[in-house]
Design a protein around this ligand. Sequence first.
Ligand code: HEC
Ligand code: HEC
Ligand code: HEC
Ligand code: HEC
Length: 490
Amino acid sequence: MVKNAVMMLTGLLVVCLCLAGCDSKPETYLAAQIDENEYDPEKWGDAYPLHYESWLKTKEPKPVDKTRYKRGWDTDEVVYDKLSEFPFLGVLFKGWGFGIEYNEPRGHYYAVIDQIEIDSSRVASGGVCLACKTPFHRKMTETHGLDYLGKPYLEALDMLPEKLRELGPACYDCHLQDPLELTFKKDHLEKGLEMIGKKDPSRQELRILACAQCHITYSVPKDTDNKVAGDVTMPWRNGQWGDISIEGIIDVLLTDEFRLEWVQEITGFKMPFIRHPEFELFSRGSVHFKAGVACADCHMPFTRSGSYKISDHDVTSPLKADLRACAQCHTQSKEWLTDQIFHTQDRTTSLILRAGYGTATCARLFETLHQAQAKGAAVDKTVYQEAKDLYMQAFLRIVFINAENSVGFHNAAEAGRVLGDSIAFAGKSEGLLRQLLAGVGVNPGLEVALDLGETLNNRGEAKLNFRPEQEFIDPFGIQDKLISEHAKGL
Ligand code: HEC
Ligand code: HEC
Ligand code: HEC
Ligand code: HEC
């Protein structure tokens, strides 16, 4: 049912060459006029007006009700709150910005604007937060170093040229001036590729790496006073191209002390974090990665613009673009493909809930245990450390898949594996915690009260509340059998 992938990819190449040659009027491609240091998309637009127009469309709301799990900035104009969608995050993220305001992504146009609009706790690290947002990040870091990286966010933003201050992912990020060559400009990605020993990416790999400039996980390095200590850095030391595993990532996150970025309020633990690891999950042996498919194949398919065919620069969910991208290779119907996506995402969501609630339950048990310790109860140090280690393993796995933006689609088998392990680690940790609590005469009850309402209401400057209509309910009805509404406490 899939057209020959190799034929397909060759096909894409030919279309593209045609674009540069046969299909275009020469005046549409005045690439030579673009200066090497031109950041302004409007100037690029003089040479490539159709691409500029297409790129600007990431500003427009997308059709509502086409997606099941990635509602974002759609025509209903509702901003979707990830903490309401997955209420267990209230307990897990309490203590820092992600526990205050955490929204589903929207178009590239809003990358910087959303940082300006979000609760200020989310950009508390300062200039370093602009790493995956502004095309000026590298230049600013090279010129001003920590003075820019550690400066309060709005002050760092003020250091950028006024006209382009709110500019997100731009032509400059993904292209060389000399016509149509793809590239990547982020210093952190160059260093990341060095870590995994990747050299000389092919053109098809560049169609992945242009996105991997930002859709990857990284740490914001912090010193012992919790001050920003450098530019973002990826935990890829143990990885290889096509094989950056969660096991390898966790190993790095837990051994480099500078990667401990925040304190989880419920447990008091210093924690690392994982952000939007689209590249890592996708490239770890997914069916599509193995078949040589790139991010741009699904998120930037060819589209007709007048009498031209161009790569769609209105990057968004393929579902919201009517799965035109898939039809480049798949002969199945749109309905069949939509079902495939939803089936994968339903299964992933069910497991996300299992892992999330299991891990949040452990967090509350640690809280109870710490209260008992504060009153003088003595607990076995070895068992305690074991429970904590298992908890960290569970936590980082659930965050890895939950922060990944495809709800499992990019690599369904791997997502299922990682969540299964998270559930196992959380279950074992809970057992040890119950044993420790029993040892000091505390009975946390059959059901552990999560008190999610307490963590989800009245959040931050905007006093955000839990939005019940946005919560994702287990599509298979399993989670309800494991935790009652009473225990959730919403
Ligand atoms: C310079 C950083 C950067 C680059 C490069 C980048 N992205 Fe993004 N992307 C973001 C940010 C930041 C957001 C979230 C913006 C927001 O919510 O305000 C985002 C959002 C998205 C979304 C959600 C859009 C929506 O309508 O909800 C998709 C899909 C996406 N990116 C895919 C890609 C793909 C595919 C590539 C490569 C072709 C890519 N991105 C390259 C930073 C980047
Ligand atoms: C085989 C097709 C395919 C490939 C390849 C692919 N994606 Fe996706 N991506 C999807 C689908 C399908 C979704 C789910 C969209 C939804 O649920 O609305 C998705 C979701 C996303 C989202 C969230 C979109 C939103 O609206 O919030 C981002 C961001 C994203 N992908 C980035 C990437 C990046 C980066 C890569 C490469 C590392 C990549 N994708 C590779 C098909 C693909
Ligand atoms: C997030 C990365 C990204 C951004 C931002 C981006 N492009 Fe592209 N662009 C691509 C990718 C991927 C392709 C496909 C190229 C390929 O396969 O060789 C492409 C292709 C092109 C092409 C070649 C013809 C075609 O349609 O395939 C032109 C011209 C172009 N882009 C212009 C622009 C302009 C102008 C801007 C800014 C207004 C821009 N691009 C912003 C990723 C990007
Ligand atoms: C550039 C080509 C290409 C594009 C674009 C593409 N696919 Fe695929 N897809 C493939 C190939 C190749 C396979 C592997 C088929 C095989 O080996 O049987 C595959 C496999 C699949 C499978 C089976 C996966 C599995 O786990 O076995 C599904 C489902 C699927 N694709 C859905 C989609 C959807 C949905 C989109 C659009 C969002 C999409 N594909 C876009 C080429 C593509």
